[in-house]
Design a protein around this ligand. Structure first.
Ligand SMILES: *Cc1c(COP(=O)(O)O)cnc(C)c1O
Length: 387
């Protein structure tokens, strides 16, 4: 296979001159911490999501967003929080750091989202919240999920790390639950390097989250060094250091302006893959459901060794040898040592998540991929899997 061509890095961000110049402008202005650009990014994101400015708070990761949301939710220490067995570890870790116990639920093997039918079986008198993930950018069935949450009086904290652009029946993800948490990590759909944001139903929760995310200092403490003159702050609770910097927001402001063009490019690539791999002995993702919008964050194939003649890990090695970086999203949560030892989770109790985690591989889907690179990826995948 031709491996004299440049390596295609999985999840490489598409960084353009607008954001580079904005970062340089921040550096030259000498205001690089939390300041006016973070405030602008928050306003821009609120406008994109169609909510009021006082319902969003930028932070320095989605993990931080999940953590402070969980604290603002006021979960009691014996709370159990349902989440999907097929997610990044940060989803579960944030629940743990908020003092609650995560309870994984198996996925629907087709949608790859939390299986609400199975979630019923995990309800106990301690269940207080549910943290769905809109996997790969495909929205969860929010009619079913919100009805389930209402029935059991659960708070809903949406992990929208894959789902900035997703919609369920015309409504943006993150606006259904009490909280929606977004990621602007380097591989996500809008990139600030590291970065995250909370969208809350209540602006009181956002006020509390802004305090929690900056040491627990009283409101707008970041303005204390501005030209309005020094102002004393008061510490009102033991908070965290989760604030976003202007350097990060400088990237985000321009990334967000391109969110729809980047989405359109990923949709094109996603559909090219979907068509090209129709006849291969692999399972492809479901096409987007009617009356929903998919964010096209990941394109995942399932490599079943019995059908493909090679294992998922062999496939990864051959792709890498061919100069194409791929990802695995994810091994199921219950397969990890810590959760097994701490909570006694058994991977075999989550068969759909386990099987997907053993077979899944994510192909490059960045908006910066050229047509030639997409063609090279399609040819390489087809060459490895055609029988
Ligand atoms: C990336 C990701 C996170 C964590 O986001 P960070 O911004 O890196 O903290 C959480 N959940 C899911 C599903 C993710 O993909």
């Amino acid at each position: 296979m031709a491996n004299d061509q440049p390596f295609i890095v999985f999840g490489a961000p598409d960084i353009q001159s607008d954001e580079i110049e904005e970062v340089v402008a921040s550096l030259q202005a000498r205001w690089i911490g939390t300041g006016p650009k973070v405030a602008q990014f928050e306003r821009d994101f609120a406008a994109y999501a169609g909510v009021a400015d006082n319902r969003v708070a930028a932070v320095n990761s989605c993990t931080a967003a999940l953590h402070v949301s969980m604290i603002a939710a006021g979960l009691p220490q014996d709370a159990e929080v349902l989440t999907t067995a097929m997610t990044f570890c940060a989803t579960a870790n944030a629940i743990i750091h908020a003092g609650a116990t995560p309870v994984p639920v198996d996925i629907d093997p087709d949608t790859l989202n939390i299986d609400i039918g199975r979630a019923e079986q995990h309800i106990t008198p301690h269940t207080r919240a549910i943290v769905p993930v809109h996997f790969a950018g495909r929205p969860c069935d929010m009619d079913e999920l919100m009805a389930f949450a209402d029935r059991h009086d659960l708070l809903v904290i949406e992990d929208c790390a894959h789902a900035i652009e997703s919609e369920w029946r015309g409504k943006r993800m993150g606006t259904f639950g009490n909280f929606g948490c977004f990621s602007f990590y380097a591989t996500k759909n809008v990139v600030t390097g590291e970065g995250g944001l909370v969208l809350a139903r209540s602006n009181d929760d956002i006020d509390r989250i802004k305090v929690l995310a900056l040491h627990g200092m009283s409101k707008d403490a970041w303005k204390r060094f501005s030209d309005d003159g020094y102002r004393h702050y008061d510490v009102v609770e033991a908070g965290f250091k989760y604030n976003m910097m202007d350097l990060q927001a400088a990237l985000g402001i321009h990334q967000l302006r391109r969110v729809e063009t980047s989405h359109a490019r990923r949709e094109t690539i996603w559909k090219l893959y979907q068509d090209a791999f129709t006849d291969l002995p692999v399972s492809r993702p479901l096409d987007p459901a009617a009356d929903t919008r998919h964010a096209f964050h990941l394109y995942t194939l399932r490599i079943d060794a019995a059908r493909c003649g090679l294992s998922r890990d062999e496939f990864i090695d051959r792709m890498t040898a061919a100069g194409i970086g791929v990802g695995v999203h994810y091994r199921s949560l219950p397969e990890h040592t810590y959760y097994q030892e701490q909570f006694g989770w058994k991977a075999d109790d989550y068969p759909a998540a386990k099987a997907f985690g053993e077979q899944t591989v994510s192909l490059p889907l960045g908006p910066g991929l050229t047509d030639a690179e997409v063609g090279r990826i399609i040819d390489t995948v087809s060459g490895l899997l055609e029988r």
